[in-house]
Write a protein that binds this ligand. Sequence first.
Ligand code: ADP
Ligand code: GLC
Length: 487
Amino acid sequence: MSLAVLSVASEAYPLVKTGGLGDVVGALPLALAPEGIDVRTLIPAYPAVLRAAADALAAEYPLPDNVAAQAGGPGRILGFNAHGLAWLALDIPHLFDRAGAPYLGPDGRDWPDNALRFAALSRAAAEIGRHGIGDWKPDVVHAHDWQAGLTAAYLHYAEGPRPGTIFTVHNLAFAGKVPLTQLASLHLLPQAAGVDGMEFYGTLSLLKSGLQFADHVTTVSPTYAAEICTPEGGMGFDGLLRARGLALSGVLNGIDTLSWNPRADAALAAPFGASTLDAREANRAALRDRFGLDANPEALLFGVVSRLTWQKGLDLLLEILPELLRLGAQLAVLGNGDSALEDGFRSAARAHPGRIGVVIGYDEKLAHLLQGGVDALLVPSRFEPCGLTQLCALRYGAVPVVARVGGLADTVIDANPAAIASCAATGVQFAPITTQALGQALRRTDQLFRNKSVWSQIQVSGMSTDVSWRGPARQYAALYRSLVPTA
Ligand code: ADP
Ligand code: GLC
């Protein structure tokens, strides 16, 4: 039986992406199609989305009255097909037709009206959920992260029949907090401000709306699902999450194995597969060139592709750089984010030319070359709900060296002696998350790298790991089917 699902989020690859959320929202519908799940993806009509809509416009729908009233201005919903997805773009120009990054104003800070912008998105999702759009009506609404969290509250408080709801939390660190006094502007009833509603330490949390009111809550790995139920990992939500019991589960992310395919990737200097690993050498050379690293094929080449934030633990890497250099290794860093970390890596590169190379910025193509060229990809995150870069690394024969947390713990098999002996190892894990443990992981990686047969066995095992969306899509499809309301 075919099932209709409305997916709602603030970003979706390839139209708009700031991180893994965009990747997931853009890739999951493609994998759900063979499962008989017909997904439409509702996102705000930012300028890039408007451009895509103009090229392929299939339908134009009026804004439901209560969405227009709440948004405080006119708008419409645009239906179009692009990149294999069926899109619904919420076109409310005064909220979304703004240049630049989706969440940030020209001063680099969050737009002050972000809560209202994404409340309008959530209200639109709830209305499409209740009444459908055109001749299409979803059985289930799937909302992602705090920006879409209010969808669950609006549907919870609505009268009459409603679709099933599922909320996926990609990162508990973004609580979407607003002052309690904003309740009325979000068009919510007073009871929503209670502790059994969205109240969160004297504020309203749009994330909590999703966690509290969705029929089912998922997060993006089983280990993160367990971690967020503890006071250490729960960021204040652990009590609520424990109370949700079986209504909370972890489903691992996949990656889009068509755009991440080392055998046919235009961003690589040379394509390669598990049986042609030697061809990686050309990518290593191109990467060294691009990052200004010495032409030293013997040197172990570490890489990073990441947002530069506290979550990602890259300050630990900055601290342990002397150890990396002592090993004779090289480092290529691609990332942007906190200025202290950007400055830290820039000055490390200045201090060690030829050994450390840094590109500050966001460059999708370079991320592909980096994955195809580094020997090992470092992901020393303090917490990581799932993580996608280690999945790309596995597929590209770059050995992931990861903190044993969240989805990193679930997707990388540590090269301990037993795993090596049984040819199961796919990377290196370390714990606790300290500079010492990271230093030890660097040394262990170096030893493994010096043993060429073990190293290539780890690469090949990584490359044969299934990192596709097939398995996760099956799990989501089963969840959706369990949430369809029975008449
Ligand atoms: P998060 O969503 O927490 O940033 P993920 O690992 O889930 O982390 O997803 C990050 C995504 O963004 C991956 O697709 C990764 O390749 C990409 N990415 C991160 N930083 C950069 C960058 N500087 N340039 C290009 N791609 C990047
Ligand atoms: C978040 C998390 C990351 C996860 C991504 C997609 O950005 O930080 O771990 O992979 O969402 O689910």
